[in-house]
Design a protein around this ligand. Structure first.
Ligand code: KIV
Length: 270
């Protein structure tokens, strides 16, 4: 079982930290069998699982529900859970909502944006905190690359240092240039977890639906390691063909009454 101190040690040793999202128990169990270090129950649950149009629609109840499912599927894994949009605007609010995610099974809470005061409040209340800079799906109207200009890069770099000084346990860097992610990774104590941020970060995270080939859309930052969407569609189509053709179920898929019970039933209901 990992705890927050496992990961700075990995950073020191230069061992890459493998993070992937999960939103349900069987996927979490399979990810642990596959050897992931951390599961992120992200607010990406909204668009990937719940059919929402935007991450902003995700509620605290949604997050607690899915974190609890992942915890049941993966009792020993280190889980980072997202605080949804507008649930961490003030320190007391963030602490109260982080408690709900911790009670659901999260080891660490993540939020988007440069708010060192929220990091300080949460760490003082005993929480591991993962910060998230670069593309902030909850806050940016358009999902596009961040930190491309010198000014924007300098701002993100300074924000990362401020969050580190406040005590963040991890920093997710999403869609930022490789050289900026590398500079931030060298400058801060906390392990950086990149997505579309190059290979120099201390770890990587991908959305499981994207890497497994469930998501229809292709993303530049992603690599498809499977074709689960196509496999599922083929399996359901084969089942539908068999039902319609009378090939499923077969004799072996069901059972019969014992002769005497059937005879008794026929006499009860002739
Ligand atoms: O919600 C999420 O899955 C995330 C990742 C994209 C880092 O925040």
């Amino acid at each position: 079982m990992s705890n927050a101190s496992t990961f700075p040690d990995m950073k020191r040793r230069g061992e890459k930290i493998v993070v992937v999202t999960a939103y349900d128990a069987p996927t979490a169990r399979i990810e642990v069998e596959a050897g992931v270090d951390i599961i992120l129950v992200g607010d990406s649950v909204g668009v990937n699982i719940l059919g929402y149009a935007h991450e902003r629609e995700v509620t605290l109840a949604d997050m607690a529900h899915h974190i609890a499912a992942v915890r049941r599927g993966a009792p020993g894994v280190y889980i980072i859970g997202d605080l949804p949009y507008a649930t961490y605007d003030a320190p007391e609010q963030a602490i109260g909502n982080a408690r709900i995610l911790r009670d659901a099974g999260a080891d660490c809470v993540k939020f988007e944006g440069a708010q060192p005061d929220i990091v300080r409040a949460l760490t003082a209340a005993g929480f591991d905190v993962c910060c998230h800079l670069g593309l902030e799906s909850q806050h940016h109207e358009v999902k596009r690359r961040q930190g491309k200009t010198a000014q924007a890069a300098a701002k993100l770099y300074d924000d990362a240092l401020a969050l580190d000084a406040a005590g963040q346990a991890f920093l997710v860097l999403e869609l930022v240039p490789h050289e900026l992610a590398a500079r931030v990774t060298r400058a801060i104590k906390a392990p950086t977890i990149g997505i579309g941020a190059g290979a120099a970060t201390d770890g990587q995270v991908l959305v499981v639906n994207d890497l497994a080939g469930v998501t229809a859309r292709e993303f530049k930052h992603n690599r498809r390691y499977g074709a689960l969407g196509a496999a599922l569609r083929d399996a359901v189509a084969a089942y539908a063909r068999d039902v319609r053709a009378g090939r499923f179920p077969e004799e072996a898929h069901g059972f019969h009454m014992a002769d005497e019970e059937r005879a008794a039933f026929e006499s009860l209901r002739p």
